[in-house]
Design a binder for this molecule. Structure first.
Ligand code: DC
Length: 247
């Protein structure tokens, strides 16, 4: 799907009464744009935003800090109670708090990237984070980004989107964000790491990363950010979840 609709994410439109508890699940592979697109969609419809990858990343960071082995599921799951998410100025749950300290800028690092698939493969970890994610979602209208939100965490979500793009396109975006030419050695290393993570996240035994059967696929190759936001908003509108005439 390409986004031909006009989107005006900067002008939130209050949700109609019936949509006060609207739940939008946006799943997809690494670097598919779930968090930036999800945040813009949430802002456009006046909902909260949760990027569940932050929970897995925070837990991985804490596991490494405590020198636990990422494959020690029960021990790592025991750390879940030490992690909290708080709202930023935009009301998005983007502040990652460990023992009251904001660690958001420490969890998007290559060190965490390398260990996070192993941590998120552990059944005890997934079980411990399931209740946490559901409790956050139950508190009112929300857009939730992740890998298994529509399939496992919130199977009754009102809207389910699977956001995807080729590995080459996703890696090129990530390389440019970090200031590298996608064809340079660091750019190629980003592509290799992304493929490794796709493979690990898609083949784990518990909750593999995959589209829910009833998810709408939005492919973003060649799209601008605004086109992708508009495409997802069109899916939300088509589901009848937001009043006609909103962005
Ligand atoms: O979206 P991200 O790259 O920040 O996510 C980091 C890792 O967390 C990802 O490699 C897989 C895991 N994850 C998961 O297993 N389930 C989710 N709902 C979200 C993330």
């Amino acid at each position: 799907m390409t986004g031909s609709d006009e989107a005006s994410p900067s002008q939130p439109v209050p949700l109609p009464d019936a949509s006060r508890r609207l739940v939008v699940a946006i799943d997809g592979p690494a670097s598919s744009g779930k968090s930036s697109v999800g945040a813009a969609v949430a802002a456009a419809i006046g909902a909260r935003f949760l990027d569940t990858g932050l929970l897995y990343r925070a837990l991985t960071w804490l596991c490494l800090e405590r020198r636990l082995r990422p494959e020690d599921g029960p021990a790592v799951a025991g750390l879940v109670g030490e992690i909290d998410l708080g709202p930023d100025e935009a009301g998005h749950l983007a502040r990652v708090l460990v023992d009251g300290r904001d660690v958001a800028d420490r969890i998007r690092t290559p060190r965490v990237d390398r260990a996070v698939s192993e941590v998120s493969r552990q059944p005890e970890v997934r079980a411990a984070l399931l209740d946490r994610q559901r409790a956050i979602a139950a508190a009112g209208a929300i857009v939730v980004a992740g890998r298994d939100i529509g399939s496992v965490v919130l199977p009754d979500a009102d809207v389910k989107v699977w956001l995807d793009a080729s590995a080459e396109e996703r890696a090129a975006r990530r390389a440019r964000e970090r200031g590298f030419d996608p064809a340079s050695p660091p750019g190629i290393a980003i592509l290799d790491e992304l493929r490794r993570r796709d493979q690990a996240d898609g083949s784990r035994a518990v909750s593999p990363s995959r589209p829910a059967d009833d998810a709408v696929h939005v492919r973003t190759d060649g799209n601008t950010f605004e086109e992708t936001v508009a495409a997802v908003l069109a899916v939300v509108r088509a589901a009848g979840a937001v009043a006609e005439g909103s962005p």
